[in-house]
Write a protein that binds this ligand. Structure first.
Ligand code: HEC
Ligand code: HEC
Ligand code: HEC
Ligand code: HEC
Length: 367
């Protein structure tokens, strides 16, 4: 979804004039695509309905070099089950829109998001279209075949050019049309420009892409994490729950080598070596979350609860379900030391010197 949004925003920035809705553009639901349309993506589709209403406008009319160009979009394949969504007959809906477009515009372009066979089937009933641009690549349909398809269809339907620009934005199609008040427009030139390495990147877009990639990595990690987080049904707030170091390790592997070498990690081992591992007086400071809900509990441990021996991440940062990036999860850790480093057990404690010794941080300023 993040990626789709990025693509949509980039297309808005590129000033796209019309975008035909494809069935997979609805993978995240109507609301998501509609929110992109609200941001300025000119999504159109004449035969997609939701509870009797068109989801998007059927067409747009643009002024291009003094000519009025109508762009109509039709979808050939039903999106996967979405409640209330209905795909109406593209031939019928197309014809209905064409009446008006034909009267108002100098040129009518059909964006057909459908398979070739489907297009060939409905084309005869779509009189008034001047040019067709087809999209939609099926898994088995190879790119080269699809491009060759362009010329094939042109021949079969003399006078009605059908173009196909390939998938994933790897090609840019260029069409030059000419027409007059009396004659409908005709294509005088067409080219497919391969957007390969020979076409220089736009620096501003390249920068945005890099930023997006970084954001995507962070988001993905967070999404995984949020799958672990439980919320209180009534309040919607995160429930405090200890997750154990194995969970933290999944995403913070870089911290692990230093942490595992620390005395905090081995604090339970210290008790075991002294034969004090079952002494409740010692557990509070040599384990994680002892005495708190879902924290270390010798009885639960025997039944296979989360591993919480030793002073783990959550002993300082707090339950993993409170994992936040607003700084609070760091602050709680800075303030945690004194709970265990009491004057009795740690008379020399001083944050600066002790944190230097105990730090797992990879950042130079935290060492
Ligand atoms: C699903 C991945 C994931 C898991 C699991 C995870 N974290 Fe994180 N954590 C992140 C990401 C992403 C950040 C953001 C910083 C970054 O990009 O490195 C982060 C940041 C933090 C921060 C810094 C917070 C801040 O305000 O900047 C702390 C502290 C932290 N994690 C501790 C933990 C602890 C403790 C656990 C185990 C309970 C844990 N994390 C589990 C992904 C995860
Ligand atoms: C849950 C209790 C607990 C918390 C919270 C805690 N510690 Fe500790 N700390 C211990 C225990 C127990 C040991 C001794 C472990 C052992 O050797 O078995 C220890 C050992 C240490 C040591 C090693 C002492 C040495 O001589 O090298 C340092 C340094 C230290 N802690 C720093 C900190 C700092 C800084 C904080 C706060 C950011 C902190 N600790 C928070 C329990 C805690
Ligand atoms: C209030 C928290 C707290 C409790 C309770 C506690 N400890 Fe500790 N323990 C610490 C801290 C903090 C350190 C690290 C002190 C330091 O290095 O400054 C420590 C260190 C130790 C060490 C290492 C000392 C050394 O330098 O070799 C041993 C052994 C130890 N504790 C055993 C115990 C035993 C046994 C009990 C129960 C009778 C116990 N602790 C209860 C907080 C606690
Ligand atoms: C002894 C207490 C303590 C333990 C145990 C602890 N942390 Fe921290 N951690 C801190 C403190 C304090 C900071 C904040 C340092 C600062 O303010 O710059 C911090 C910072 C962090 C940060 C942000 C800084 C960075 O280098 O990215 C992450 C992420 C983090 N901890 C993850 C973990 C994970 C994962 C574990 C367990 C493997 C863990 N912490 C165990 C005290 C602890």
């Amino acid at each position: 979804m993040y990626r789709s949004r990025f693509l949509a925003r980039t297309m808005i920035g590129m000033d796209y004039g019309a975008v035909a809705a494809g069935e997979r553009d609805l993978n995240y639901g109507i609301r998501t695509l509609r929110s992109m349309a609200d941001e300025g993506l000119p999504v159109i589709c004449a035969n997609l309905y939701e509870r009797g209403q068109r989801v998007f406008p059927p067409y747009v009319i643009r002024k291009i070099r003094g000519a009025k160009v109508g762009v109509l979009a039709l979808l050939g394949e039903k999106p996967r089950e979405i409640e209330g969504i209905e795909l109406r007959d593209p031939a019928f809906e197309g014809r209905a829109a064409l009446g008006k477009l034909r009267r108002e515009c100098d040129c009518v372009i059909l964006l057909a998001h459908m398979e070739r066979e489907k297009l060939l089937e409905i084309l005869p009933s779509l009189a008034g279209v001047d040019v067709v641009i087809r999209g939609h690549v099926r898994g088995g349909e190879k790119e080269r075949e699809s491009c060759a398809d362009t010329f094939l269809v042109v021949r079969e339907h003399a006078g009605l050019p059908v173009f196909f620009a390939g998938d994933r934005g790897r090609n840019l199609g260029l069409l030059t049309l000419t027409g007059s008040r009396r004659a409908r427009p005709s294509v005088i030139e067409s080219a497919l420009i391969h957007l390969d390495g020979s076409v220089a990147d736009d620096p501003a877009t390249a920068e945005k892409l890099e930023a997006h990639r970084i954001e995507e990595r962070v988001n993905q990690r967070e999404l995984q994490l949020s799958g672990l987080l439980a919320r209180d049904d009534a309040t919607g707030r995160l429930v405090e729950r200890y997750l154990g170091i194995e969970i933290c390790r999944r995403c913070h592997a870089n911290i692990m080598p230093r942490f595992i070498a620390s005395r905090h990690f081995r604090a339970f081992e210290t008790l075991r070596l002294r034969g004090e591992a079952a002494n409740p007086e010692c557990l509070a400071c040599h384990t994680t979350g002892c005495g708190r809900p879902t924290g270390y509990d010798p009885a639960a441990e025997k039944e296979g609860a989360v591993y919480l021996q030793g002073v783990q991440c959550e002993a300082c940062h707090g339950p993993g379900t409170l994992h936040d990036r607003d700084g609070s999860y760091m602050k709680s850790a800075r303030e945690s030391c004194r709970a265990c480093h009491t004057s009795k057990w740690s008379p020399d404690f001083d944050f600066e010197t002790f944190w230097k010794r105990a730090s797992h941080c990879m950042r130079a300023d935290s060492m």
